[in-house]
Design a protein around this ligand. Structure first.
Ligand SMILES: C[S@@+](CC[C@H](N)C(=O)[O-])C[C@H]1O[C@@H](n2cnc3c(N)ncnc32)[C@H](O)[C@@H]1O
Length: 285
């Protein structure tokens, strides 16, 4: 990320959610919060898209095609993770690298849940400004500024009042591809240590491929390249399988299985993501 600026990839994925809200055939998808969380210039562009204003000029047409591609990616991934959160119904939800995630403001199912929004401080600052006028759906929202590569997640969560004796659903959506192996392992260690019986972990990751390596380099142009670890087997697979007994099977399972709830839109050929959700109930020491 460029120092001092919010994550541009977080803006890009939130823009896709804002574009899709009320306009996708996947009935389970909804995100009425995303538009309000966008920076003003991006919000205007999405409003034009939603109003059916055709793009003018090459640059706008390319931008529109990219947005439509991201909509195809974001709808199933959002629906799949929403479903895990609903099913696990934990009293605590920790969203790691939250970006402009709107779940704490839009999911009525979180009415009894404390949501911990963990993100890089530069990203989180802007989100706090833009969500100030939104009505929370969660029982409580606690902002926890953390740079995974520099700060101590464990201390930050403890200071924010996360209770390791109560079950937690952990969501790590679209973040691991930016992190190096050591930071992924350190974060998994904290998750393990703070997961009471009945906790769950959801990771949205990419499996390596040439096209995604290229995409990762292109994102480097906006200051958010994918890490070296993202070019090998999902970097968390080995550490995860030592923490959770059957995790390695999940790591190689096709993403299409995870997305069956969202139908054929999940089979976008250029972007294949996997969601892995494991219960930590058998691993708590
Ligand atoms: C692609 S966005 C995903 C945001 C959100 N999870 C979603 O799916 O809408 C990547 C997120 O990872 C966060 N991130 C990347 N590197 C980070 C780091 N070293 N420490 C903390 N957060 C980081 C960014 O701030 C950003 O919010």
């Amino acid at each position: 990320m460029k120092p001092g600026t919010e994550s541009q990839t977080a803006v890009m994925v939130a823009a896709a959610r804002a574009a899709a809200h009320g306009r996708t055939e996947v009935a389970a998808f909804t995100d009425p919060t995303a538009l309000a969380m966008l920076p003003a210039d991006v919000r205007r562009r999405i409003e034009q898209y939603r109003a059916g204003v055709p793009p003018k000029g090459l640059r706008s047409r390319v931008r529109r095609r990219l947005l439509e591609g991201r909509v195809k990616m974001m709808v199933p991934r959002t629906v799949a993770i929403d479903q895990v959160i609903r099913e696990t119904a934990s009293p605590q939800l920790v969203i790691l690298g939250a970006g402009l995630d709107g779940r704490a403001w839009r999911m009525a199912e979180l009415a009894d849940t404390i949501v911990f929004e963990v993100d890089h401080p530069d990203s989180q600052r802007r989100k706090r400004e833009r969500t100030a006028s939104l009505q929370p759906a969660a029982r409580e929202i606690r902002f926890v500024p953390v740079d995974f590569a520099r700060d101590r997640l464990d201390d930050a969560l403890a200071a924010a009042g996360h209770d390791p004796t109560r079950a937690t659903t952990w969501v790590w959506e679209g973040v691991v591809m930016y992190l190096e192996r050591a930071d992924i392992e350190a974060t998994l260690g904290v998750i393990q240590a703070r997961s009471a019986a009945g906790s769950h972990l959801v990771i949205l990751y990419t499996s390596p491929s040439l096209i995604r390596t290229v995409a990762g380099f292109v994102l480097g142009l906006i200051g958010e390249p994918w890490s070296r670890a993202s070019r090998r087997a999902p970097a968390f697979c080995r550490p995860l399988s030592s923490l959770y007994s059957s995790a390695s099977a999940d790591c190689v399972r096709s993403a299409a299985d995870s997305y069956s709830t969202a139908g054929s839109i999940a089979r976008s050929p250029s972007v294949v993501y996997g969601v892995t959700a494991r219960s930590a109930s058998s691993t708590r020491r």
